[in-house]
Design a binder for this molecule. Structure first.
Ligand code: NAP
Length: 291
């Protein structure tokens, strides 16, 4: 299958390229961070540039577009709303309309943060109620995608695993800090259903290959856990001292995610389609350790 991936230099996109480059013909868009990976065709494109997006998609003629690119830093989205809107909303519009031109399936990576964050195990039927500008733009992106006639929307949970030199995920950060024996302050009262990045990639691939169409899925791991508990498991699996992990309540620091205390996902819908079991944190961390 010919796949056009946006965000090839990002955390998810990089994992996607690494895991699937020998299975599919992958064209990966990046913007500022150039990478090289055998069997992946990296291409510099600013998804805000409508003309470039149309031209490139017309030339590649992909069967599927997997759209992971976004401004993902919640604080940056709040402080530079124009940038967040132009990339996360207008960029998505450019890609959807260019995909329509060539009849490609469109897979949109959304976020668990579209939910209110004041419940637990959100199902896809619960109406979104984003509490950050970042999540608002991601939800607006969903609305654009839903106007297309061949899409999958995945509301993704916090990911962990291995990124590249440019990415800065929660697990990248934990690893760097703990390896340097620096103390980390982590929220004891912020809950997520974290997903191992390779599981996320495998789930995306399987949903595409099964021909799933016009559905929204939550995509997370099989365990609801606080960031603090996650960090303890991380330290345990990788052999770091748990004394370095300091539990703090969310209201002890100014955070742009104050409203998003518990965005844990109910993953029954996606799990009922997948041929493999989405991992819990300990299973996912052990897989990451072996990889
Ligand atoms: N990470 C998580 O835990 C998480 C959780 C829930 C949902 N998500 C969603 O999952 C997706 C992937 O997240 P991620 O963590 O992999 O993101 P990331 O590491 O922050 O990467 C973002 C990607 O977007 C690209 N990008 C930014 N502006 C662009 C522009 N104007 N034109 C083209 N590309 C542009 C970046 O390219 P350059 O770096 O080359 O500039 C980078 O490849 C996002 O849509 C995010 O909303 C992520």
């Amino acid at each position: 299958m010919k796949i056009l991936l946006t965000g090839g230099s990002g955390f998810l996109g990089w994992n996607f390229c690494k895991a699937l480059r020998f299975k599919h013909e992958i064209y990966a868009f990046y913007f500022q961070h150039k990478l090289y990976l055998e069997k992946c065709n990296f291409q510099k494109i600013d998804i805000r540039n409508r003309e470039d997006v149309f031209e490139s998609i017309k030339k590649i003629q992909p069967d599927v577009v997997v759209h992971t690119a976004a401004i993902t830093n919640v604080q940056m989205c709040d402080q530079d709303r124009e940038l967040a809107y132009s990339v996360n909303v207008e960029g998505t519009r450019n890609l959807v309309e260019a995909s329509a031109q060539v009849g490609a399936k469109f897979v949109y990576i959304s976020t668990d943060l579209v939910y209110s964050g004041d419940g637990s195990f959100f199902t896809e039927e619960i109406p979104p109620n984003p509490k950050s500008y970042y999540a608002q733009t991601k939800l607006e992106g969903e609305e654009i995608v839903k106007s297309y006639d061949n899409y999958i929307i995945l509301r993704l949970a916090l990911m962990y695993g291995w990124g590249n030199v440019f990415t800065n995920s929660f697990s990248d950060w934990l690893h760097t800090e703990l390896r340097a024996r620096r103390k980390v302050k982590v929220f004891v009262d912020q809950y997520r259903t974290p997903i191992y990045a390779v599981d996320a990639v495998m789930a995306i691939d399987e949903l595409i290959s099964k021909g799933v169409k016009n559905e929204i899925f939550n995509l997370g791991g099989s365990e609801r856990i606080s960031r603090y508990e996650f960090a303890l498991k991380f330290a345990d699996v990788f052999g770091y001292s748990t004394d370095l992990i300091i539990p703090v309540p969310m209201d002890s620091v100014k955070t742009y995610l104050a409203g998003a205390k518990d965005c844990s996902l109910n993953i029954n819908k996606v799990q009922s389609i997948l041929s493999f079991k989405l991992k819990n944190v300990e299973e996912g961390l052990n897989s990451a350790k072996k990889s």
